[in-house]
Design a protein around this ligand. Structure first.
Ligand code: NAD
Ligand code: UGA
Length: 446
């Protein structure tokens, strides 16, 4: 099949490259001329494990091409995907649909009749509006608009795209449905893994999924706070409840709060959808509030670990991306922690394996280090915010020698209290009792 992908960001580029890898012919379009120029030179502008290889091999095989010229991309295509951004609208939290509407207009002007698939995450009713805009812009043409939300995660995007748990297709027309079946046929999914439904339901499934996962993370984070108050261990609670198949262990890792380009904006957008419909969504409302407070509150944990005051003191931050294996720092908890530490008077140094370029655009007065050890140099506390693999086996003798005061605040529970105590560190983590004082554990570890 011949596919045009409008928007070549995380979702557009991954989807386009994976469709090409399955044998379709794909043209990825983007308005950002620098991005397209880089892609034409074989440079992938985002960090996503495995993406560079499949972009290179499919470009070489002639199945994947890049252009800024929409009209050229739309020549003889069977299906057009819209994968442009839907950020939070400034001020009110609604999803900003400017880019989606613009793409719809541009397609309607440049294309003859075709199937148009909205892959961007959009509020309920957006496909209806896209349909209306396209009908108005291209009278006499016939566009079949489909909702096909995307569920991939950054950092695991290729695997998620190629082996999805499910594909959701919101469609009200037989030809468009058959086209979508053909688009996804090469994935070899079981029939039960493709859910055909209405466009409005498909649009809501996407928000409901993200909000549920965000709520699950916030729930375990609140349990972690309770664990700290009552002397229980949140990791063991997560294991204990996660073994119940009705609950599941995934998304029960307590941490500094969820971030990224999706959970924060999508929970806010869902709330707006509900408010506009006159429905209350108290759980989602509370999830947002709990998470916002948590991200800010993590700095207080660091300040307490550093002795109650960080004015004029140095704090190192390991991890800037909102999660490992991505360079994306959008709404990353690290940014909130750093800003709050700076407000409290700390000098901050930071290091991230991939997120430094993006973080530089968001932060002021931060010393960006070359590695974890130079980040720790001269610090009174080191905070692990993102659990990159390269932070999982740090050389603590070397770190202790670099630091003014050996304090580690581990916001991802990567290390163990008894181990850190043996290495001479004051150690603070999330929702776990001080393991160095738990009877039997230190002896067992000897
Ligand atoms: P992104 O910001 O990385 O990329 C969007 C791209 O679209 C940009 O490169 C921009 O230049 C381009 N663009 C905007 N308007 C255009 C137009 N009219 N023509 C051509 N190009 C245009 O965004 P993203 O992270 O890929 O997200 C895209 C959508 O997918 C969002 O709705 C998001 O919520 C959803 N989503 C994202 C993820 C993720 O992991 N990032 C996962 C699932 C769903
Ligand atoms: C999330 C969803 O998982 C995807 O299914 C969805 O497609 C995507 O949003 C989207 O709509 O864009 P992503 O934001 O890439 O994917 O990352 P996640 O792995 O979901 O993590 C989100 C945040 O939650 C991160 O800050 C992460 O550190 C945090 N998290 C996640 C936890 O704190 N604990 C957990 O147990 C899991």
């Amino acid at each position: 099949m011949r596919i045009a992908m409008i928007g070549s960001g995380y979702v557009g580029l991954v989807s386009g490259a994976c469709f090409a890898d399955f044998g379709h012919r794909v043209v990825c379009v983007d308005k950002n001329a620098n991005r397209i120029a880089a892609l034409k030179e074989g440079e992938v502008p985002i960090f996503e494990p495995g993406l560079e290889d499949i972009v290179a091999s499919n470009t070489a095989a002639g199945r994947l091409a890049f252009t800024t010229d929409l009209a050229e991309a739309l020549e003889r295509v069977d299906v057009v995907f819209i994968a442009v951004g839907t950020p939070s609208r400034r001020g009110d939290g609604h999803a900003d649909l400017t880019y989606v509407h613009a793409a719809a207009r541009e397609i309607a002007e440049a294309s003859p009749s075709t199937v148009v698939v909205v892959k961007s995450t959009v509020p309920v009713g957006t496909c209806d509006e896209v349909s209306r805009i396209m009908g108005e812009t291209g009278p006499g043409k016939s566009f079949e608009v489909v909702s096909n939300p995307e569920f991939l995660r950054e950092g695991a995007a290729i695997k998620d795209f190629k082996k999805p748990d499910r594909i959701v297709v919101g469609v009200d027309n037989d030809h468009a449905r058959a086209t979508m079946a053909e688009v996804y046929r090469p994935l070899g999914l079981n029939p039960g893994q493709i859910q055909y439904t209405t466009r409005r339901t498909a649009e809501l499934i996407k928000y409901a999924a993200n909000a549920f996962l965000a709520m699950k993370v916030s729930y375990i984070n609140e349990i972690a706070d309770l664990c700290e108050s009552v002397g229980a261990d949140v990791s063991e609670v997560a294991t204990g409840i996660g073994m119940d198949a009705r609950i599941g262990r995934a998304f029960l890792n307590a941490g500094p709060g969820y971030g990224g380009s999706c959970f924060p904006k999508d929970t806010r957008a869902l709330l707006k959808v509900a408010q506009d419909a006159g429905a209350r969504m108290q759980l989602v409302e509370t999830t947002i509030a709990v998470n916002d407070a948590r991200k800010r509150g993590m700095a207080r944990k660091v300040i307490a670990a550093a002795g109650g005051n960080v004015r004029g003191r140095n704090v190192g931050v390991l991890g800037l991306a909102f999660k490992p294996d991505t360079d994306d720092v959008r709404e990353s908890p690290a940014l909130a922690v750093i800003t709050a530490l700076q407000d409290a008077g700390a000098q901050v140094s930071a290091f991230d394996p991939e997120g430094m370029d993006q973080a530089r655009k968001e932060l002021r007065d931060v010393t960006f280090a070359d590695d974890a050890y130079s980040c720790a140099s001269g610090t009174d506390a080191l905070v692990l915010v993102t659990e990159w693999d390269s932070f999982r086996a740090l050389d603590f003798d070397r770190l202790r020698a670099e630091m003014n005061t050996p304090v580690l605040v581990d916001l991802r529970n990567v290390y163990r209290g008894d181990e850190m105590a043996r290495r001479g560190f004051r150690y603070v983590c999330i929702g776990r009792p001080d393991e160095s004082r738990r009877p039997g554990l230190s002896e067992a570890a000897e």
